[in-house]
Ligand binder design. Structure first.
Ligand code: NFM
Length: 220
């Protein structure tokens, strides 16, 4: 059987749904969200993104060394550019809510996620494994926030901008480009690399669920 990301999404559907349809996302979508949870998510996610940038840079470095498709660099570079805008957006959004982004203490959950990102940045981790992880990290946000923008969603207007960052068509296309690259790499990968990529995919989903739990105040 041909291995692809789609087969893993089906195989691990419960955990995939756990990450992309989390109660925190439901609470945004139905308008019942506790704004303190949103603020906790915002400040912790700002810290996360500051660690995510070097991870994406490491995937770009792997692409330069291991990719035989020139286009990969452009896609990853565009991803980096949008992270530049994203960091600005976090600062603007924090100001809107009268929040300080300096001196925030990273949660235990965040620190655990960072350690996982750091492990993926190691030069011994293959481009395939890193690309699958990158796709999964982005896809969880895309699927989650797009859900909050559906026609019947009651997302509070002051949270729509956040949802549009990751729920937009443009971001969906970026995720799709990452998925195509990942599937192409998996098609050529050894069984060993495929196994590692699947494990990384599952670990991303677990880390994302914990991140939502932490945002809801259900984890440290
Ligand atoms: C915890 C987490 N996962 C994925 C994303 C989306 N990627 C970049 O913004 C994010 N911001 N935070």
């Amino acid at each position: 059987m041909e291995v692809s990301i789609e087969t893993w999404v089906k195989k691990h559907d419960l955990i995939y749904i756990g990450a992309t349809r989390h109660p925190f996302i439901h609470s945004i979508r139905d308008g019942s969200v506790d704004i303190n949870n949103y603020k906790r998510w915002l400040s912790q996610d700002y810290l996360f993104v500051r660690k995510f940038v070097p991870f994406v840079a490491s995937v770009l470095v792997k692409a330069c060394k291991e990719s035989d498709d020139e286009n990969d660099m452009e896609i990853l570079l565009a991803g980096m550019a949008s992270l530049n805008d994203e960091i600005d957006w976090f600062k603007k959004e924090a100001a809107k809510w009268d929040m300080q982004l300096t001196g925030i203490t990273p949660s235990k959950t965040n620190q655990k996620y960072w350690r996982f990102l750091e492990s993926l940045m190691h030069p011994d981790v293959s481009y395939t494994v890193a690309m699958v992880a990158l796709w999964a990290i982005e896809a969880v946000y895309q699927q989650s926030f797009a859900h909050c923008l559906e026609e019947d969603a009651k997302t509070p207007s002051e949270l729509r901008e956040a949802c549009e960052r990751w729920g937009s068509q443009e971001f969906a296309q970026y995720c799709d480009s990452l998925k195509k690259i990942a599937n192409g790499l998996l098609a050529k990968a050894s069984n060993d690399v495929r196994g590692k990529a699947e494990a990384a995919f599952v670990e991303v989903l677990e880390e994302e669920i914990e991140f939502w739990n932490m945002s809801e105040g259900r984890a440290k």
